[in-house]
Design a protein around this ligand. Sequence first.
Ligand code: FAD
Length: 507
Amino acid sequence: MCPVGVTMLNATINKIVIAGGGTSGWMLAAALSKLQGKDKYDITLIESEVIGSIGVGEATIPNIQLYTGFLGIDEGDFLQKTQGTYKLGIEFIDWTRKGESYFHPFGGIGAPLNGIDFIHYWLRNREEGGSSDFGLFNAETLAARENKCSRMEGNPRPDLPSVNCAYHFDAALVAKYLRTYAETRGVTRVEGEIVAVEQNPTTGHVESLVLKSGEKIAGHLFLDCTGFSSLLIGKTLGSEFIDWSHWLPCDSAVVMPCESDVGPLKPYTCSTAKEYGWQWRIPLQNRIGNGYVYASQYISDELATQSLVTSIEGKPLGEPRIIKFKSGYRKKIWDKNVIACGLSGGFLEPLESTAIYLVQSTITKLLAHLPKNNFDPYVITTFNQKIHAEYQNIRDFLIAHYKLTERNDTEFWRHCQDMELPESLKERLGLFKASASCNVQHAELFKEHSWFAVLIGQGLMPDSYHPLADMLSKGEHKNFLSNIHSAVSERVTLLDDHRDYLNKYLG
Ligand SMILES: Cc1cc2nc3c(=O)[nH]c(=O)nc-3n(C[C@H](O)[C@H](O)[C@H](O)COP(=O)(O)OP(=O)(O)OC[C@H]3O[C@@H](n4cnc5c(N)ncnc54)[C@H](O)[C@@H]3O)c2cc1C
């Protein structure tokens, strides 16, 4: 007998339909095609060229390499075909105060000693009159300052700190790349607009998608990658959207690429705080991606556009384009036989480039919980809880950037300073202030070093450090710090100039 709430299917779940072919649809299709091969699963992806995809999403975090590694993609080929560059972290300009900047690097800062984190030794050093520059102890920061970034095959110096990087790329070219990958491995692409969704009258499960042409695509499992339109999980199944705009008030972006300058190819994203939000600068091989993310309750689309257009560095490539969004997620990312992936399931504004990571995380969790012949409520609940935890943790990290600003030059920044925080973030900031620790849990995306970089960068200085940091004598402490700095600096000397390396590497 079927347990309560479990929907048994007569057939094994092997017909998978992906609705939507933006970055998330094709990332999913590629992953499923790699994992399952064409014989086990029948995978169909429907997309509409008329509707198109969102066309942004050009900065990633290092986890992307787990995805490309899983697919077995050759990095050189991938970067060449997607106009890709390396990214070592994000430079935050004017966020704490106008005229100041800090770097959020992708790798660790310093090294732990005697069971306590490096931050405590750094704080002691600072208290004793040493430098406040934590970048001196981080390879990515020093490399970024010199515009260096390159791969070192086989890591010839494992004794030195590693250099962690992600990619910047052209989102449309990535979707194209993954499409070729997936189609080669048996995924069927269907061009057309989905105009109706047919559901089982008893269970409410989706049974087929009806296209404008009249064609019907039936399946067992439906993956909603339809972007903000959220056709299946939102519009059809009515999964509630939990709105976090009161914490993350930016709800619009105006985007416009421009020609690359001839200067150094920066191996990092720039995020410059502006009067009513912030502006990104993402250097690709052939152009620079620019976008002003703003809160429309404080500035009109026209003024935001003007602000972007007058601040980009090179000749514009195309017209400015406005995108509207809301930060938040769907209460059920998985409901019945539909799983949302990408913007259809939720979105957190792009400050830390986490949306593609969330797609990747959804894919990983889907593969871990892939149903065989039923849709079990325990599995669905577990899946939803895990994804929600991801969203909440990232949400808190993003809010911290806004809350900790000292800027009060506009109503927008005053709102950010004054806003009530989620309890989880309030506790974490309190703990950090009191003891320089963050109590980061294992499954969290942003580890201690990320919180350290951003909280210190935003000006939240802990009141004290761990007493064990005083166990080192003055000389030992000094040697410890200078050894780390030397190792980090030595590692950076082994890197090539970013532009030279890409020219050489990509031929
Ligand atoms: C301003 C902004 C900046 C961003 N920057 C970053 C960043 O730097 N880094 C990052 O990781 N992420 C970023 N993102 C998020 C990133 O763009 C998305 O997460 C990513 O592109 C995935 O989008 P998607 O595939 O879910 O949706 P979309 O790209 O919108 O794709 C939706 C697909 O569904 C199809 N579709 C929709 N309705 C129908 C229908 N009725 N019939 C048939 N097909 C349909 C469309 O044709 C399209 O193929 C940003 C987002 C925004 C808004």
